[in-house]
Write a protein that binds this ligand. Structure first.
Ligand code: NAP
Length: 284
Protein backbone atom coordinates (compact mmCIF):
# COMPACT_ATOMS: atom_id res chain seq x y z
CA UNK A 1 0.00 0.00 0.00
CA UNK A 2 1.34 3.42 -0.87
CA UNK A 3 0.46 6.02 1.76
CA UNK A 4 -1.05 9.39 1.08
CA UNK A 5 1.43 12.15 1.93
CA UNK A 6 -0.24 14.97 3.83
CA UNK A 7 1.76 17.71 2.16
CA UNK A 8 1.64 20.75 4.44
CA UNK A 9 4.16 22.65 2.37
CA UNK A 10 2.01 22.48 -0.76
CA UNK A 11 -1.22 23.32 1.10
CA UNK A 12 0.43 26.27 2.85
CA UNK A 13 1.72 27.59 -0.49
CA UNK A 14 -1.75 27.29 -2.03
CA UNK A 15 -3.30 29.00 0.99
CA UNK A 16 -0.75 31.83 0.86
CA UNK A 17 -1.85 32.64 -2.66
CA UNK A 18 -5.49 32.94 -1.52
CA UNK A 19 -4.49 34.98 1.53
CA UNK A 20 -2.49 37.33 -0.69
CA UNK A 21 -5.64 37.94 -2.73
CA UNK A 22 -7.68 38.63 0.42
CA UNK A 23 -5.09 41.12 1.69
CA UNK A 24 -5.01 42.86 -1.69
CA UNK A 25 -8.82 43.11 -1.74
CA UNK A 26 -8.89 44.52 1.79
CA UNK A 27 -6.25 47.05 0.87
CA UNK A 28 -8.25 48.21 -2.13
CA UNK A 29 -11.54 48.43 -0.23
CA UNK A 30 -10.05 50.28 2.76
CA UNK A 31 -7.89 52.75 0.89
CA UNK A 32 -4.57 51.10 1.74
CA UNK A 33 -5.01 49.39 5.11
CA UNK A 34 -3.50 45.95 5.61
CA UNK A 35 -3.48 43.44 8.48
CA UNK A 36 -0.54 43.74 10.86
CA UNK A 37 0.84 40.96 13.07
CA UNK A 38 2.89 42.04 16.08
CA UNK A 39 5.56 39.47 16.95
CA UNK A 40 7.13 39.57 20.40
CA UNK A 41 10.51 37.95 20.92
CA UNK A 42 11.88 38.00 24.47
CA UNK A 43 15.53 37.06 24.96
CA UNK A 44 18.10 35.75 22.53
CA UNK A 45 17.22 32.10 21.91
CA UNK A 46 18.38 31.53 18.31
CA UNK A 47 15.63 28.98 17.49
CA UNK A 48 12.93 31.40 18.69
CA UNK A 49 14.53 34.21 16.68
CA UNK A 50 14.40 32.01 13.57
CA UNK A 51 10.72 31.13 14.13
CA UNK A 52 9.81 34.80 14.56
CA UNK A 53 11.74 35.70 11.41
CA UNK A 54 9.94 32.97 9.45
CA UNK A 55 6.59 34.32 10.65
CA UNK A 56 7.54 37.87 9.62
CA UNK A 57 8.61 36.61 6.19
CA UNK A 58 5.31 34.76 5.77
CA UNK A 59 3.45 38.02 6.55
CA UNK A 60 5.32 39.82 3.80
CA UNK A 61 4.72 37.01 1.29
CA UNK A 62 0.97 37.63 1.54
CA UNK A 63 1.33 41.42 1.48
CA UNK A 64 0.83 41.94 5.22
CA UNK A 65 3.14 43.69 7.62
CA UNK A 66 4.69 42.47 10.85
CA UNK A 67 5.65 44.67 13.75
CA UNK A 68 8.70 43.09 15.37
CA UNK A 69 8.95 43.73 19.11
CA UNK A 70 12.20 42.54 20.68
CA UNK A 71 12.77 42.59 24.44
CA UNK A 72 15.88 41.64 26.45
CA UNK A 73 16.23 38.37 28.38
CA UNK A 74 16.02 40.35 31.65
CA UNK A 75 12.42 41.43 30.86
CA UNK A 76 9.99 41.07 33.78
CA UNK A 77 6.42 39.83 33.65
CA UNK A 78 5.18 43.38 34.33
CA UNK A 79 7.21 44.83 31.47
CA UNK A 80 5.96 42.20 29.05
CA UNK A 81 2.37 42.64 30.21
CA UNK A 82 2.68 46.40 29.66
CA UNK A 83 3.93 45.85 26.09
CA UNK A 84 1.13 43.39 25.34
CA UNK A 85 -1.43 45.87 26.66
CA UNK A 86 -0.03 48.60 24.40
CA UNK A 87 -0.41 46.26 21.43
CA UNK A 88 -3.95 45.33 22.53
CA UNK A 89 -4.82 49.03 22.51
CA UNK A 90 -3.17 49.75 19.15
CA UNK A 91 -5.91 49.73 16.48
CA UNK A 92 -3.34 49.15 13.73
CA UNK A 93 -2.32 45.80 15.22
CA UNK A 94 -4.64 42.91 14.33
CA UNK A 95 -2.79 39.94 15.78
CA UNK A 96 -0.25 39.36 18.55
CA UNK A 97 2.22 36.50 18.59
CA UNK A 98 4.21 35.96 21.79
CA UNK A 99 6.99 33.53 20.86
CA UNK A 100 7.15 30.54 23.24
CA UNK A 101 9.16 29.92 25.39
CA UNK A 102 9.87 33.16 27.24
CA UNK A 103 12.70 33.44 29.82
CA UNK A 104 11.89 31.52 32.98
CA UNK A 105 11.41 34.53 35.30
CA UNK A 106 8.38 35.53 33.23
CA UNK A 107 4.90 34.20 33.98
CA UNK A 108 4.21 32.99 30.44
CA UNK A 109 0.61 31.97 31.13
CA UNK A 110 -0.25 35.44 32.53
CA UNK A 111 1.32 37.02 29.44
CA UNK A 112 -0.49 34.75 26.99
CA UNK A 113 -3.76 35.44 28.77
CA UNK A 114 -3.19 39.20 28.56
CA UNK A 115 -3.56 39.02 24.77
CA UNK A 116 -7.05 40.21 23.86
CA UNK A 117 -9.29 37.51 22.42
CA UNK A 118 -9.76 39.48 19.19
CA UNK A 119 -5.98 39.53 18.62
CA UNK A 120 -5.23 36.00 19.85
CA UNK A 121 -4.42 34.77 16.34
CA UNK A 122 -1.98 32.14 17.66
CA UNK A 123 -4.73 30.68 19.85
CA UNK A 124 -2.82 30.69 23.13
CA UNK A 125 -5.24 32.21 25.66
CA UNK A 126 -7.21 30.17 28.19
CA UNK A 127 -10.33 31.97 27.04
CA UNK A 128 -9.75 31.06 23.39
CA UNK A 129 -8.97 27.45 24.33
CA UNK A 130 -12.09 27.19 26.48
CA UNK A 131 -14.30 28.69 23.78
CA UNK A 132 -12.84 26.38 21.14
CA UNK A 133 -13.32 23.36 23.40
CA UNK A 134 -16.98 24.37 23.91
CA UNK A 135 -17.51 24.70 20.17
CA UNK A 136 -17.70 28.51 20.32
CA UNK A 137 -15.96 30.86 17.91
CA UNK A 138 -12.28 31.50 18.66
CA UNK A 139 -9.02 31.43 16.78
CA UNK A 140 -7.54 27.96 17.07
CA UNK A 141 -4.13 27.26 18.51
CA UNK A 142 -1.95 27.48 15.40
CA UNK A 143 -0.24 24.06 15.34
CA UNK A 144 -3.27 21.84 16.08
CA UNK A 145 -5.51 24.03 13.93
CA UNK A 146 -2.99 23.69 11.11
CA UNK A 147 -3.11 19.91 11.56
CA UNK A 148 -6.94 19.96 11.44
CA UNK A 149 -6.86 22.00 8.23
CA UNK A 150 -4.42 19.53 6.69
CA UNK A 151 -6.59 16.53 7.65
CA UNK A 152 -9.66 18.30 6.30
CA UNK A 153 -7.96 19.22 3.04
CA UNK A 154 -7.11 15.57 2.41
CA UNK A 155 -10.62 14.44 3.45
CA UNK A 156 -9.34 12.32 6.31
CA UNK A 157 -12.37 10.94 8.11
CA UNK A 158 -12.31 11.69 11.84
CA UNK A 159 -15.84 10.96 12.99
CA UNK A 160 -15.99 7.83 15.12
CA UNK A 161 -12.27 7.17 14.67
CA UNK A 162 -9.98 6.52 17.61
CA UNK A 163 -7.37 9.28 17.79
CA UNK A 164 -4.42 8.94 20.17
CA UNK A 165 -2.57 12.18 20.92
CA UNK A 166 0.82 11.72 22.55
CA UNK A 167 1.61 14.92 24.45
CA UNK A 168 -0.56 17.32 26.45
CA UNK A 169 1.13 20.69 26.21
CA UNK A 170 -1.00 23.82 26.27
CA UNK A 171 0.05 24.79 22.75
CA UNK A 172 -0.28 21.40 21.12
CA UNK A 173 -1.47 18.21 22.79
CA UNK A 174 -4.40 19.61 24.79
CA UNK A 175 -5.93 21.78 22.05
CA UNK A 176 -5.27 18.98 19.52
CA UNK A 177 -7.29 16.55 21.62
CA UNK A 178 -10.10 19.10 22.04
CA UNK A 179 -10.24 19.78 18.29
CA UNK A 180 -10.35 16.07 17.44
CA UNK A 181 -13.14 15.63 19.98
CA UNK A 182 -15.03 18.54 18.39
CA UNK A 183 -14.65 16.67 15.10
CA UNK A 184 -16.34 13.63 16.70
CA UNK A 185 -13.27 11.45 17.04
CA UNK A 186 -12.91 9.28 20.14
CA UNK A 187 -9.80 10.70 21.76
CA UNK A 188 -7.14 9.32 24.08
CA UNK A 189 -4.51 11.75 25.35
CA UNK A 190 -1.20 10.23 26.50
CA UNK A 191 1.61 11.87 28.45
CA UNK A 192 4.72 11.08 30.47
CA UNK A 193 2.75 9.29 33.21
CA UNK A 194 0.71 7.16 30.81
CA UNK A 195 1.09 3.45 31.43
CA UNK A 196 1.49 1.06 28.52
CA UNK A 197 1.80 3.82 25.97
CA UNK A 198 2.55 1.33 23.23
CA UNK A 199 -0.77 -0.47 23.84
CA UNK A 200 -2.72 2.79 23.48
CA UNK A 201 -0.94 3.70 20.27
CA UNK A 202 -1.51 0.23 18.81
CA UNK A 203 -5.27 0.87 18.97
CA UNK A 204 -5.13 4.21 17.18
CA UNK A 205 -6.75 4.93 13.82
CA UNK A 206 -5.09 8.34 14.02
CA UNK A 207 -1.83 8.99 15.89
CA UNK A 208 -0.57 12.48 16.68
CA UNK A 209 3.02 12.64 17.90
CA UNK A 210 3.64 15.76 20.01
CA UNK A 211 6.26 14.55 22.46
CA UNK A 212 9.39 16.53 21.63
CA UNK A 213 11.74 13.50 21.47
CA UNK A 214 13.29 12.28 18.22
CA UNK A 215 11.59 9.14 16.86
CA UNK A 216 10.22 8.36 20.31
CA UNK A 217 7.10 6.66 18.89
CA UNK A 218 8.28 3.47 17.21
CA UNK A 219 7.01 2.28 13.87
CA UNK A 220 5.90 -1.10 15.17
CA UNK A 221 3.57 0.58 17.70
CA UNK A 222 1.47 1.90 14.82
CA UNK A 223 -1.16 -0.29 13.20
CA UNK A 224 -1.49 -0.85 9.45
CA UNK A 225 -3.68 1.71 7.73
CA UNK A 226 -3.42 4.35 10.48
CA UNK A 227 -3.23 8.08 9.78
CA UNK A 228 -0.02 9.45 11.25
CA UNK A 229 0.61 13.07 12.17
CA UNK A 230 4.07 14.01 13.36
CA UNK A 231 4.42 17.46 14.93
CA UNK A 232 8.06 17.02 15.90
CA UNK A 233 11.11 18.31 14.10
CA UNK A 234 14.61 17.48 15.25
CA UNK A 235 18.15 17.78 13.93
CA UNK A 236 18.71 15.20 11.22
CA UNK A 237 15.27 15.85 9.77
CA UNK A 238 13.36 13.40 11.95
CA UNK A 239 10.19 13.95 13.92
CA UNK A 240 8.70 12.43 17.08
CA UNK A 241 7.63 9.29 15.18
CA UNK A 242 9.80 6.69 13.47
CA UNK A 243 8.26 7.53 10.09
CA UNK A 244 10.78 5.69 7.90
CA UNK A 245 9.48 2.38 9.30
CA UNK A 246 5.82 2.91 8.38
CA UNK A 247 5.48 4.86 5.14
CA UNK A 248 4.62 1.69 3.22
CA UNK A 249 1.86 0.45 5.50
CA UNK A 250 -0.02 3.41 6.94
CA UNK A 251 -2.83 5.09 5.00
CA UNK A 252 -1.53 8.67 5.34
CA UNK A 253 1.24 10.56 7.08
CA UNK A 254 2.72 14.02 7.45
CA UNK A 255 6.30 14.21 6.17
CA UNK A 256 9.06 15.73 8.29
CA UNK A 257 9.86 18.41 7.28
CA UNK A 258 7.06 19.74 5.09
CA UNK A 259 4.03 18.47 7.00
CA UNK A 260 2.92 20.17 10.20
CA UNK A 261 5.49 23.02 10.34
CA UNK A 262 4.35 25.02 7.28
CA UNK A 263 0.71 24.66 8.36
CA UNK A 264 1.46 26.20 11.77
CA UNK A 265 2.82 29.39 10.25
CA UNK A 266 0.14 29.47 7.59
CA UNK A 267 -2.61 29.16 10.20
CA UNK A 268 -1.17 32.06 12.19
CA UNK A 269 -1.13 34.18 9.04
CA UNK A 270 -4.63 33.08 7.99
CA UNK A 271 -6.06 33.98 11.39
CA UNK A 272 -4.31 37.38 11.30
CA UNK A 273 -5.85 38.08 7.89
CA UNK A 274 -9.25 37.12 9.31
CA UNK A 275 -8.75 39.41 12.30
CA UNK A 276 -7.61 42.23 9.99
CA UNK A 277 -10.68 41.77 7.83
CA UNK A 278 -12.95 42.04 10.89
CA UNK A 279 -11.18 45.11 12.25
CA UNK A 280 -10.75 46.97 8.97
CA UNK A 281 -13.82 45.98 6.94
CA UNK A 282 -16.11 44.95 9.83
CA UNK A 283 -17.80 41.59 10.36
CA UNK A 284 -19.85 40.42 7.40
P1 NAP B 1 6.30 19.98 25.35
O1 NAP B 1 5.67 21.19 25.90
O2 NAP B 1 7.68 19.61 25.78
O3 NAP B 1 5.33 18.74 25.69
C1 NAP B 1 5.73 17.43 25.44
C2 NAP B 1 4.63 16.48 25.88
O4 NAP B 1 5.10 15.15 25.67
C3 NAP B 1 4.26 16.62 27.35
O5 NAP B 1 2.86 16.65 27.50
C4 NAP B 1 4.86 15.38 27.99
O6 NAP B 1 4.11 14.84 29.05
C5 NAP B 1 4.85 14.40 26.84
N1 NAP B 1 5.87 13.40 27.04
C6 NAP B 1 7.17 13.59 27.37
N2 NAP B 1 7.78 12.41 27.55
C7 NAP B 1 6.86 11.45 27.34
C8 NAP B 1 6.87 10.04 27.40
N3 NAP B 1 7.97 9.38 27.72
N4 NAP B 1 5.73 9.38 27.11
C9 NAP B 1 4.62 10.04 26.79
N5 NAP B 1 4.54 11.39 26.72
C10 NAP B 1 5.65 12.07 27.01
O7 NAP B 1 6.33 19.99 23.77
P2 NAP B 1 5.36 20.73 22.71
O8 NAP B 1 5.64 22.17 22.70
O9 NAP B 1 3.96 20.25 22.87
O10 NAP B 1 5.95 20.11 21.37
C11 NAP B 1 5.86 18.75 21.06
C12 NAP B 1 6.59 18.49 19.74
O11 NAP B 1 5.96 19.24 18.72
C13 NAP B 1 8.05 18.92 19.72
O12 NAP B 1 8.77 18.01 18.92
C14 NAP B 1 8.01 20.28 19.10
O13 NAP B 1 9.23 20.60 18.43
C15 NAP B 1 6.90 20.11 18.11
N6 NAP B 1 6.22 21.35 17.75
C16 NAP B 1 6.15 21.65 16.44
C17 NAP B 1 5.51 22.81 16.04
C18 NAP B 1 5.44 23.10 14.60
O14 NAP B 1 5.00 24.16 14.23
N7 NAP B 1 5.83 22.18 13.75
C19 NAP B 1 4.96 23.67 16.97
C20 NAP B 1 5.02 23.34 18.33
C21 NAP B 1 5.66 22.17 18.70
P3 NAP B 1 3.91 15.60 30.47
O15 NAP B 1 2.85 16.63 30.22
O16 NAP B 1 3.45 14.52 31.40
O17 NAP B 1 5.23 16.20 30.83
Amino acid sequence: MSALILDGKALAAQSEQQLGERVEKLKTLSGGKIPILATILVGDDPASATYVKMKGNACRRVGMESLAVEMPSSTTTEQLLARINELNANPDVHGILLQHPVPEQIDERACFDAISLAKDVDGVTCLGYGRMAMGEKAYGCATPKGIMRLLEHYNIELEGKHAVVVGRSAILGKPMAAMLLEANATVTTCHSRTRQLEQHIKQADIVVGAVGRPEFIKGDWIKDGAVVVDAGYHPGGVGDIELSAITERVSAYTPVPGGVGPMTINTLIMQTVESGEHAIAGPN
